[in-house]
Write a protein that binds this ligand. Structure first.
Ligand SMILES: [Zn+2]
Length: 53
């Protein structure tokens, strides 16, 4: 599966329902792209958000 970081602008609109589920309760942030997600598998350089280490 593609990471959130891999989504291109043209992908986002068609995948928006999926993206909303991934980002609605984030626990990880990507150190490279500044995207957030509930699971580190969706990010290329995941770092746990505060309190989740
Ligand atoms: Zn990334």
């Amino acid at each position: 599966m593609k990471t959130l970081c891999d989504f291109k602008r043209s992908d986002i609109e068609s995948q928006i329902d999926h993206i909303i589920k991934i980002v609605s309760k984030p626990k990880f942030i990507c150190k490279k792209c500044a995207r957030v997600a509930k699971d580190k598998k969706y990010l290329c350089k995941a770092e746990a958000l505060i309190g989740e280490k």
